[in-house]
Design a protein around this ligand. Sequence first.
Ligand code: FAD
Length: 762
Amino acid sequence: MNLTAVLKRMPCEVKPRFLVLYGSQKGQAQSIAEGITEEAEEHGLVAELSCLNQNEKYNLEKENAPVVFIVSTTGDGEPPDNTLQFVKHIKKKTLSTDHYKHLCYALLALGDTNYANFCNCGKTIERRLQELGAKQFYATGYADDGVGLEVVLDPWIEGLWKAIKGALSKMASDRTGQFKGEVGDSAKEAPDSSVPDVQLNLLSLTDHQNCESAGASVESDSKFASAASSSVSATQTAVSDLKPTSPAGSPRLASQPGGIASVSTSAPETQTGGAGVHHVALAASLTCSMPPLSESSLNVPTLPPPYLDVSLQEVDGEVREDITAQSNKEALHEVPISRAAQLTRGDSVKTALLLEMDISAYPMMTYQPGDSFDVVCPNRTSEVEDLLHRLGLQDQRKHCVHISLRKDTKKKGAQVPSHIPQNISLLYLLTWCLEIRSVPKKAFLRVLVEYTRDSVQKRRLQELCSKQGAADYNLYVRDQSLSFLELLAAFPSCSPPLHLLIEHLPKLQPRPYSAASSCLRHPGKLHFVFNVVELPACTGRPAGRRGLCTGWLFDLINPVLVFPGKAESSSSPALPKIHMSLRPNCFFRAPSDPSVPFIMVGPGTGVAPFIGFLQQREKERQENPEAVFGETWLFFGCRHRDRDYLFREELEGFVSSSTLSHLKVCFSRDDQEEEAEEAAAPAGRARYVQHNLLRNSPQITNILLKQNGRLYVCGDAKNMAKDVNDTLIEMIKTELQVDQLEAMKALAGLREEKRYLQDIWG
Ligand code: FAD
């Protein structure tokens, strides 16, 4: 049978397929990949979804359909855990330059410009794919979580469908040409994409899509009508166009997809849920919008299909309610706190606390300075109680949760979340498994619309997840770190069922903290230091709140806290225990060769790992007095010399013992001191660490560029790490007399050689 006959016999119903592969650390890339997979059907396509580490489910070596990669970046530009194997595989030097020459791909990289290595994992994969001969069929998207992923994400996905169809057509015609070349009368005949059978194939594809989309547009209308009339419906809508709430109070459908917004001159009425009180809105807020948004037609995301069946059962036997139900329980240790001290003065803006842990009973927790520890923390009891009440499940808290996949789910690649153990109580689920404070994503808001009774609240939720409401979403939800619970409080008529929470809330992640000690100085002990995070009040948060883990630790140790300048009581009360696991960082280590000079930049609690480095170094110096030790520099910064200068005595001690060659400290809010300093220093005052780096530019660049030295940065990713990075570029420009690009390349080289290392968070 020739190819024409084969193609003609292909059933019209067979939709063209493509592959979606994701690499995700916290679930963002995964949920985008899932969204694309679900939307594919509306475009007459079939998407096969796999995580990059599920290599038994896909085979890129033989793949002949377009491949869409969605990958995030984590840590210091590292691939997510579930992408490490894949990256390792494609980086193999033995792979030839035509290894992936059959592959057509598109790639969406997720990153955060607050971190220096923006989208590094996506860039690495892209570079290797190209080096291995793969062809890009659609321009790579670099979505920035620092400004809101959707800025790039939405248009990228919008354009993806046309690009996939183009790639499918091209691949089909290439293949046909090739096949004809192989089996045709003339084996040497050049491929010709204009031959009729190829056209037939393309036509059948297009016809099919036309049928589908014609059906879809009619269906979409009727589907939406049903969604609008029934408030609690799990009906699937396509990317729907919604018009503002009608005076009668129920949202109306725009008559045509992409319809023009109706223009209303009257100010929108708002209604407080349930109470039926009407008032005129004067300003926009989380719950209330203003024109033009309030009068605009809306494009909302596709309704995510439900995929879990969740039931609660009363049980006589054991239901796990303690931490031993955690999936990584082998790595977890219940470690006693042996000392808790406040490092900052009472009048300091931030409260920094130091915890000393007694790890003597856990040899497997032996750490190196530079390593971190994961601390497992529960959700706040009061918030779990609020949620139980809100769900109407307060009497079922001890019931066992049964979760299974819905048999009829339309969600592709649906799985029961692996972070939820079997045989746990509802209380355990809400306390230890789900991040109930996570900022709700737009897909979650979209589905919450279906469970919101009040029409004004419904409309506002639609706005917040819509394309037109992106700025409001950023302003009132994302930038405020508004939690799911706070959102529920602001939308009182929203009553989601339990399965939605399990489908949409991410795993409650342990919080990492850097070791602030060395085992050589403190055998059997581990120190870490943290600021108690304070989130201010905002429109959806009437009162400020503390960070989850730091607030929990603060409450836990408050009764036993030792304050600066106060004598420690000899009969301290029993100290609590917390669950932790070691999180080694093989790169963020002091040089193994003691003669290598190094520079440490760590303002605030970012100084933590460097206390460990210096304690270790001091011991090594004592044990090897003959050895040659390179120069060490520490750049530290805080607000006030006498309020929040962490580890002051210890740092000055390191200078006295010559363990630390140069200690450069700056105080951002000590005005009097700064003014005097400013008068004395022609180079200007040093308010932040980067200013002190600049002041010492010749020595620092000399260490980095001529003495093979290293530079470590630790602490706040949002401002400090970026400012330090920019300053280093300026310094290199000046010292080497090169342009911006060359300086950036030099810094990238240092990073590549692991001589410029970051351990940053934010
Ligand atoms: P959460 O409840 O998780 O809230 C924190 C979130 O709130 C932030 O992500 C931010 O989005 C938001 N937020 C914070 N402030 C505001 C604000 N003013 N307005 C709006 N939103 C805000 N931290 C340390 O203190 N010391 C360390 O040594 C340390 N080491 C770390 C090492 C690594 C490898 C990593 C990744 C992180 C490290 N961290 C460290 C950070 C730490 O893990 C936690 O993220 C931090 O303590 C906050 O946790 P939390 O649960 O209290 O806050």
